[in-house]
Design a protein around this ligand. Structure first.
Ligand code: NAD
Length: 496
């Protein structure tokens, strides 16, 4: 540890002297790989020393990829203990820096809530680490076979504006626990805070392990830097977390893409549910970080016999109901309705100024004043209302009455758009639970709880902020970023 510290000081001094003398910078403490990394990108071969001293933050996408590749080779040599150390550093630092980083992210993005931005960093410790990678073993008359979960190399990752540092931190834990390095092309409107976290992680990881650039970031991300990252030879697989645009773009790169895509989670509530519990769960989930979560409750279908009871419970637990006129005013402000082409259906698009904003901003647009501390607004709407159809990411939920289970399931299916992301039910009718689960076919299916119980927060399971939906890997974990390799020993090895 102190040797590494000494080396770090030596490097800084060497770097300053080199800069003063106009010579290229060098970082003697981190050994350069013995051979050319072969990734072929600009800055990859013959210039490894130029990649040092940046602690993961690069203006050039090719350099970010080459530096991550060099770090991957170092991590390979350093072994599982170094992976575990990286995981520990990221988890500890995310918790320790939760308040300043949460504030930094909110200041930059201006979406969501500070208390939840902080909480999302504090819970990074719930993301699984190296312990997740137990090999599968077989033993029999013909010897022993081990199937090991081994790294790919460098993962190219894209992060959303809705949870920039939390997604990045959870991704580093998963990806590095599996022995890989990672390059991030973050969302442009949440890139500055992401770079601060990447630099801090790298400084700590370098101090403890001597490995620099295990997670790199493109400082000013763009479509061009995304393309360069995807094209780089060292980047073996992609992990994208975002909406339909980036999922489509990633799938067109020709590389294997793990896609954590969009959602629009429906909630069905029937007459066997506990109304108090359902109302409280809906408020908790839909108001979380002002409904920025991809798993967050976005529209409610309530059986007509209990819809009034559910709404009364929601009001009793602090949600504010809008009248039809107030709903109309909010809808006009929160959506732009474009007429359909060639006489087709009109299309609503979400007004970005309202995404992730506080309830008070929505209430103002609706022309209503609300008690301070109000977490969620709601109103009764039809099933084809823009608030039902679009992934709106605002602290507002529409509630639509349905006649029976069949209609509730059909409406939920329509609203989910086949994203196969998340659906929720409040019911104690076993048939309804099974029917909805089968029909919706979503990656997360939550019964009688708020959305976050699907990520191990109040429900059983583990956490990740990247839930691979269209590509089917599910809630990502270290194993998601591994290649399965079989090692066979043929002999009479039985000890029994
Ligand atoms: P977004 O789609 O606007 O951006 C996500 C990322 O993709 C950003 O880094 C952005 O720069 C990049 N991007 C967008 N279009 C691109 C293109 N054509 N080519 C290359 N890169 C492109 O999403 P956002 O608003 O930041 O995040 C919200 C969306 O992400 C929602 O749809 C939400 O459901 C989804 N999301 C999903 C998960 C999940 O785990 N499945 C997690 C968080 C967010």
């Amino acid at each position: 540890m102190s040797a590494v510290n000494d080396a770090l000081i030596r490097d800084v001094v060497a770097d300053v002297l080199a800069r003063l003398g106009g010579a290229p910078t060098a970082s003697p403490s981190v050994p350069a790989p013995k051979t050319d990394c072969g990734c072929g990108g600009k800055g990859a071969a013959g210039s490894t020393t130029a990649l040092r001293g940046k602690f993961g933050v690069f203006s050039d996408a090719n350099e970010a990829c080459a530096a991550a590749h060099e770090a991957f080779l170092q991590l390979q040599k350093a072994g599982v203990a170094a992976r575990a150390k990286i995981v520990e550093i990221v988890k500890t630092m995310a918790e320790a820096k939760a308040e300043p980083w949460g504030k930094l992210e909110l200041d930059e993005t201006k979406i969501g809530r500070l208390d939840h931005k902080i909480e999302k960093l504090k819970i990074i410790k719930l993301v699984p680490g190296v312990e997740w990678l137990r090999p599968d073993a077989r033993s029999g008359d013909h010897g022993i076979t081990l199937e090991e979960y081994t790294p790919f190399g460098v993962v190219g990752a894209v992060t959303p504006s809705t949870h920039s540092i939390p997604t990045l931190s959870g991704n580093i834990v998963n990806i590095c626990a599996a022995g890989n390095a990672v390059v991030f092309n973050p969302h442009p409107s949440a890139a500055r805070c992401a770079a601060v976290a990447v630099r801090a992680y790298n400084e700590a990881i370098f101090r403890e392990t001597g490995i620099e650039n295990i997670a790199t970031i493109i400082e000013k991300p763009s479509m061009e830097s995304f393309a360069a990252m995807c094209k780089h030879e060292a980047v073996r697989i992609l992990l994208v977390t975002g909406g339909p645009g980036v999922v489509k773009a990633a799938m067109q790169t020709g590389k294997r893409a793990i896609c954590a895509g969009p959602g629009n989670p429906p909630v069905y509530v029937d007459d066997t549910a506990c109304m108090t519990r359902a109302a409280k769960a809906i408020i908790q989930g839909a108001s979380y970080d002002n409904n920025l979560l991809c798993i967050g409750e976005k529209e409610i279908f309530a059986l007509e016999g209990i819809a009034d009871k559910l709404m009364a419970q929601m009001e009793q637990h602090g949600a504010v109901k809008l009248t039809n006129a107030q709903l109309d005013a909010l809808t006009k402000a929160a959506f732009t309705i474009k007429p359909g082409e060639g006489g087709g259906c009109a299309h609503a698009s979400v007004n970005k100024d309202f995404i992730g904003k506080d309830p008070i901003v929505l209430a103002k647009a609706a022309g209503i004043s609300i008690p301070s501390g109000t977490q969620l607004l709601f109103a009764e709407t039809g099933a084809d209302h823009p608030f039902v159809v679009e992934e709106q990411m605002m602290p507002f939920v529409p509630i639509t009455r349905v006649k029976n289970l069949a209609e509730g399931v059909k409406r939920s299916l329509d609203a989910e758009h086949g994203y196969k992301h998340t659906s929720i039910i409040h019911s104690h009718d076993l048939e309804a639970l099974t029917e909805m689960g089968r029909a919706l076919d979503t990656t997360l299916f939550i019964k009688n709880g708020p959305c976050m119980s699907g990520l191990g927060l109040g429900g059983e399971g583990y956490l990740s902020f990247s839930i691979a939906t269209p590509t089917g890997e599910g809630v990502s974990n270290p194993r998601t970023f591994t290649r399965v390799r079989r090692c066979v020993m043929v002999d009479n090895l039985k000890i029994y």
